[in-house]
Design a protein around this ligand. Structure first.
Ligand SMILES: [Ca+2]
Ligand SMILES: [Ca+2]
Length: 190
């Protein structure tokens, strides 16, 4: 006899604000998410591929990679997970999950240019026209850019890092730079 209790709290617009899972069975009492991941290996939780190390932070499935890689390698690594580099589109919806991910991993966003984390935007295809990994345009007036950015410094800055723990912002820099990165798995409806 096994009972799984799943609590999902939805916001006014239907986004997932919080989820919690408790399993009770005859041999053990309260198993938490990590145990659930092992128990149901290759399954998803809340639409997140937990077997690959992704977890739900507010309403985003994220994983932090701290080993520094160039942009293309980082992008490929996310792709290997069936994910993509994090699309940090909304200060309201995407910054809280990012900061929770950092906090949970005992990390802090750098405030130094060139030492941030890769996110999923670049202007490799057309200079000056930044696209998120889903093909949506990242506007220059999005309100996410650091003041004076993007500046295509040295005519060689085509990839985007995220910076600053207290006033999260983005900057373009050379794609060959090696940074940690954040991958995002799109939430699948169960
Ligand atoms: Ca550029
Ligand atoms: Ca720049």
């Amino acid at each position: 006899m096994e009972v799984a209790l799943v609590v999902i709290v939805l916001g006014a617009t239907g986004e997932i604000l919080h989820t919690d899972v408790t399993i009770t069975d005859t041999n053990s009492t309260d198993l938490h998410l990590s145990a659930l991941a092992k128990k149901w290996n290759h399954h998803t939780y809340g639409g997140c591929p937990v077997d690959k190390g992704y977890e739900l932070y507010h309403n985003r499935c994220l994983k932090l990679y701290t080993t520094k890689q160039d942009y293309q390698t980082a992008k490929n690594r996310c792709g290997d997970d069936g994910a993509h580099l994090f699309n940090l589109k909304s200060r309201e919806l995407d910054v809280p999950p990012l900061l929770l991910l950092m906090d949970t991993n005992g990390q802090v966003l750098s405030s130094t240019f060139g030492q941030g984390l890769w996110v999923g935007a670049d202007d490799i295809t057309t200079e000056g026209h930044f696209l998120w990994s889903d093909g949506i345009t990242l506007l220059r007036d999005s309100g996410l850019w650091e003041r004076g950015q993007p500046d295509d410094g040295g005519s060689n800055e085509d990839c985007v890092e995220v910076l600053r723990p207290n006033n999260v912002s983005i900057n373009d820099l050379p794609c060959s730079k090696k940074l940690g990165f954040v991958c995002q798995a799109d939430i699948k409806m169960l």
